[in-house]
Ligand binder design. Structure first.
Ligand code: NOJ
Length: 459
């Protein structure tokens, strides 16, 4: 067992355009669903803070990149805003091109590898008006956007992702109300998921056709699913939860096939999506790497009774409240460090050990100003402990042959978190909303700087 991380290990952080850029109505950007929603219902957002403010990275990226350098980071993931690059889906916004080129080039010049994602929950409003993910035309629109991004930035950016956590816009937008359009309909959610997958494949194809040298993958939020017991009914519940939450996206993306059990159960309940004309051809497009966002496990048990109609995945299982769980009491999420190892082993054993990295892991904490000391630094020892314990399990998996090549924390500077706005803070740097968005390092940033320097964990 070595405490060393592999050579060239990606040490970095993750963020997204809509959560950091601000400038939502500046230099030709058109509105997204978040902009319109906030305009219509500001009270739905914590303290009414919307995407127009965020951390103003649109104007401050150069300073932030310098701070990344100070921390020894060697890679950084963010996204391009579709609505900024192509405000009407067709016309190239030269100001957006200039901004992103300078942003990415500055990272490169500073020794930070840009990892650029195309879609992070930010649907352009013009596309939403056409039906958003429910309209099959989005596959062509998205592939065009991807093609333009590869053409405009492919000489600088060598690592691309098509989506961040596609399960979230499907579930929160079509089986819940945390994302627009707040629909609750399983059949529509499945169609949305299917179009999202086809858009992913179409973007990968467009990347291969572009001739850009580099790699493309996607970023999924994966939660290992644990059953309450080894009883057959609990294991059955685990199987269903895993099928819907993990395999439904991971199998087509990483293995280029849909799980037969998924097809069968959807067919049985008349929930199969309408297939896209190019389904077979697109399904062959393979990824180069996988990004995994890991926050918490999913614990399940058998339902007392399985309803005859399938209304959502949890019609087939019930959530299980494990009495021994450790909680992030500030955010209400379970902390289970070993989950990162179980994911690594699953990727190794069931998904051909495809190269992968932790594209997000992190700890949201409310009212973090409680922990500011006399020198003005947030003493986030809880975050250090969180990262160290996850890295310990990650190292174990690497020692056992897992093909993991990086660890990115969510996030670098505190950012805007959708309906929660700035309620929970995740950054290595604090952003002071009361004081001109000033950035101050937290204790964890100093701690990680040392780890990166040695490329080794002291355990
Ligand atoms: C997942 C998402 O990618 C990001 O948008 C979100 O803010 C963080 N996790 C924290 O919840």
């Amino acid at each position: 067992m070595t405490n060393k991380f592999p050579d060239n290990f990606w040490w970095g952080a993750a963020a997204s355009a809509p959560q950091t850029e601000g400038a939502s109505n500046v230099d030709g950007k058109s509105p997204t669903t978040w902009d319109v929603w906030h305009e219509r219902e500001p009270e739905a957002f914590f303290n009414q803070v919307g995407p127009d403010l965020t951390s103003d990275v649109y104007h401050r990226y150069r300073d932030d990149i310098q701070l990344m350098k100070d921390m020894n980071l060697n890679s950084y993931r963010t996204s391009i805003s579709w609505a900024r690059l192509l405000p009407d889906g067709k016309t190239l916004n030269e100001k957006a091109v200039a901004y992103y080129r300078d942003y990415f080039q500055t990272m490169l010049d500073t020794g930070i590898e840009p990892v650029i994602n195309l879609f992070h929950f930010d649907m352009p409003w013009w596309m939403m008006e056409l039906g958003g993910w429910e309209n099959a035309d989005i596959i062509e629109h998205f592939a065009y956007y991807a093609k333009v991004a590869f053409e405009q930035f492919g000489d600088i950016v060598k690592n691309w992702a098509t989506f961040n956590e596609p399960m979230v816009h499907i579930e929160c937008g079509y089986l819940g109300d945390a994302h627009w359009p707040r629909v609750n309909d399983f059949k529509r959610a499945i169609q949305v998921g299917y179009h999202t997958l086809m858009a992913h494949f179409a973007a990968v194809r467009s990347f291969r056709q572009s001739g850009v040298e580099g790699k493309i993958g996607t970023i999924l939020n994966l939660s290992p699913v644990y059953a309450r017991s080894e009883e057959a009914a609990d294991l059955e519940a685990q199987k269903w939860a895993d099928l819907f939450h993990t395999r439904s996206l991971l199998d087509p993306i990483a293995l280029n096939q849909f799980p037969q059990e998924l097809v069968d159960i959807l067919k049985e309940h008349d929930l199969l999506p309408t297939l896209y004309a190019e389904h077979d051809e697109l399904l062959t497009q393979a990824i180069d790497f996988l990004g995994v966002n890991y926050y918490q496990p999913l614990r399940v048990k058998a339902r007392e009774e399985i309803p005859s109609t399938l209304e959502r995945p949890s019609s087939l299982y019930a959530g299980y409240d494990w009495p021994e769980k450790k909680m992030n009491k500030y955010r209400g999420w379970e902390i289970y460090e070993r989950g990162i190892y179980d994911i690594a082993m699953r990727i190794k054993n069931d998904y051909g050990n495809v190269p992968w990295f932790i594209s997000e892991n992190g700890m949201g904490v409310a009212d973090e100003e409680r922990f500011i000391d006399e020198s003005g630094i947030v003493q986030d020892t809880y975050r250090i402990e969180f990262i160290r314990d996850h890295l310990t399990w990650l190292l174990k998996s690497i020692n056992e042959g897992s093909n993991c090549f990086g660890y990115h924390l969510w996030t670098f500077v505190d950012c805007w978190s959708w309906l929660n706005a700035y309620r929970n803070r995740y950054g290595y740097y604090r952003v002071d909303l009361e004081n001109n968005l000033e950035r101050t390092p937290k204790l964890s940033s100093f701690w990680l700087r040392e780890i990166i320097e040695k490329n080794e964990l002291d355990i």
